[in-house]
Design a protein around this ligand. Structure first.
Ligand code: PXP
Length: 246
């Protein structure tokens, strides 16, 4: 398997900007630096409350970046309309709760079947790749494939939060089992949420993931060593994991 793609999520550059209502720091500038440092994709989550990324950012990213644009969004008519206007390369459908600090769990591909089917079909029809951000559970993977998704992004949050070795190993096993099943079902397999240069190594070593979407830890590290350095470090950590798992 090739080295996985790194999707750099620039949401938290916008978080810093929105904290003061300034024009800086600009997530679009960060995206261009990330690409220069080897990012394979730029990921943004346009939240319904617009707490970080703004509509303007998504439009400008579409016009400027040279790699792929992955738009994370909730399953709503408003977001569907925006996606059809912007035409990202990929849409990742995520659950969204207004008061959560960040995306707290995966999308329920079983319970939301009725709203997901028409949205996935509409996006497919327009040539936009659709990924579902789900928990690493067999029934969610099977449901995603049945709904016609091209890709699943497995939520790595529980793995990243696990502190005790046994708990961490159990969470890693869930990612491995769900990732293997998704690959066997012909889905593109991605992972993300809470990953950093340490915990990504064991996930990359599974050699099941074609793509990682990583934001918070890269933006945090960029404060100290710069955006390009932070992206280069993350690419190196992923490559190290892949080499360990080979
Ligand atoms: N993937 C998805 C679907 C997400 O919702 C997020 C958070 O916006 C990420 C990846 C990135 O997570 P983090 O910022 O913790 O790296």
């Amino acid at each position: 398997m090739k080295t996985p793609r790194l999707g750099v999520n620039v949401d938290h550059v916008a978080t810093l900007r929105q904290a003061r209502g300034t024009a800086y720091p600009d997530p679009v500038a960060a995206a261009l630096l990330a690409e220069g440092a080897g990012a394979d994709q730029i990921t943004v989550h346009l939240r319904e409350d617009r707490r970080h990324i703004q509509d303007r950012d998504v439009r400008l990213l579409r016009q400027t970046i040279q790699t792929r644009l992955n738009l994370e969004m909730a399953v709503t008519d408003e977001m569907c309309e925006i996606a059809l206007g912007v035409r990202p390369d990929m849409v990742t459908l995520v659950p969204e709760k207004r008061h959560e600090r960040t995306t707290e769990g995966g999308l329920d591909a079983i319970g939301n079947r009725e709203s997901l089917v028409p949205l996935i079909q509409t996006l497919h029809h327009e040539g936009i790749v659709v990924s579902l951000f789900i928990d690493p559970h067999e029934d969610q993977v099977r449901a995603s494939q049945a709904l016609g998704a091209h890709s699943v992004e497995l939520h790595t949050g529980d793995y990243c939060l696990a502190r005790r070795p046994a708990e961490r190993a159990a969470e890693l096993r869930k990612l491995a089992d769900a990732g293997r099943l998704a690959a066997d079902l012909g889905l593109i397999v991605a992972a993300g949420h809470g990953l950093d240069t340490r915990n990504v190594v064991d996930v990359a070593a599974l050699r099941l993931f074609e793509e990682f979407n990583i934001g918070h830890s890269i933006v945090a590290r960029a404060l100290f060593i710069g955006f390009e350095g932070a992206v280069i470090e993350m690419k190196a950590a992923i490559a190290r994991g892949c080499a360990e798992g080979a």
